[in-house]
Ligand binder design. Structure first.
Ligand code: ZN
Length: 269
């Protein structure tokens, strides 16, 4: 064991001993969010441990007049740690701050097209993961996450963090040794092409919230069509929020995510 990992481990032991999540608060978080309903007792214990370390190591930075209470912190921690239940807390060791904004925030964006023409537009973000830096989450969107309806801004941004660990936001996180990168690429590329083809109109930039169409449209948030990185992040949301739906829509994507996350949200550990 290296010195750094020795210190890290003893610091984590201290966090677990001295800053436990109170029983009542944890029980509330598990009951409040439908996405935790299928967890077995041992998984809940593991999730609690990860969430405790997460709360001890990450900095919550409220922006503007946003108020952070213990419920919100634990809610974020538990949802953020669900994807790493089978991976371990070290997968989040390359960043430390969560900026919590009151609501979706507007960003003025400038793009240059191939002919050098500038396009400017106002965009809205419910969350954002910056390279090696903080994660920004809107409180309004956090409160809409975890209900088992497919939308989860916390898991979405954590998925970007996992994706970017190898230096590129390309929809492919660093895969485990036993996984086949070729199979991952083939499965995700095919699903992405299929998804875009199934959308009636070309993907348009729009707010993340309230974007699910009522009928006749794909049953998965069309924000996934934005690019391979967003496709991966949205597939992760559905993997944990609506696993049965994802498995029926894109079974091979489901299988790849199962190999990556090392657990099956539909049961079987
Ligand atoms: Zn995204």
């Amino acid at each position: 064991m290296g010195l750094l990992s020795f210190f890290r481990r003893s610091r984590r032991r201290r966090i677990l001993a001295k800053q436990p999540i109170p029983d009542e608060l944890w029980a509330w978080a598990m009951k409040e969010h439908r996405i935790f309903a299928g967890l077995e007792e041992a998984e809940r214990e593991k999730l609690r441990e990860l969430s405790t370390i997460f709360l001890g190591e990450k900095i919550f930075d409220p922006i503007g007049d946003v108020e952070l209470d213990d419920e919100l912190r634990v809610s974020v921690a538990a949802q953020a740690c669900l994807p790493i239940l089978g991976l371990g807390i070290d997968w989040y060791d390359d960043w430390s701050t969560l900026m919590i904004t009151p609501r979706e925030y507007g960003v003025h964006t400038k793009d240059y097209d191939d002919s050098g023409v500038v396009h400017e537009y106002d965009d809205e973000f419910s969350g954002e993961a910056f390279d090696l830096g903080p994660v920004a989450l809107s409180k309004v969107d956090i409160e809409q996450s975890g209900w088992g309806d497919g939308y989860n801004v916390v898991i979405h941004e954590m998925a970007h963090k996992l994706d970017g660990r190898d230096g590129g936001y390309d929809g492919c996180p660093p895969l485990h040794k036993e996984m086949d990168p070729e199979a991952w690429r083939r499965v995700f590329a095919a699903a992405f092409v299929d998804f875009r083809a199934r959308l009636k109109s070309p993907a348009s930039r729009k707010p993340r919230r309230g974007k699910l169409k009522k009928s006749g449209a794909p049953r998965i948030d069309d924000y996934a069509a934005e690019g391979p990185d967003e496709f991966f992040a949205v597939m992760c949301e559905y993997f944990f929020e609506r696993p049965a739906l994802l498995r029926s829509e894109y079974p091979e994507v489901y299988s790849q995510l199962l190999l990556f996350f090392r657990r099956d949200p539909l049961g079987g550990g």
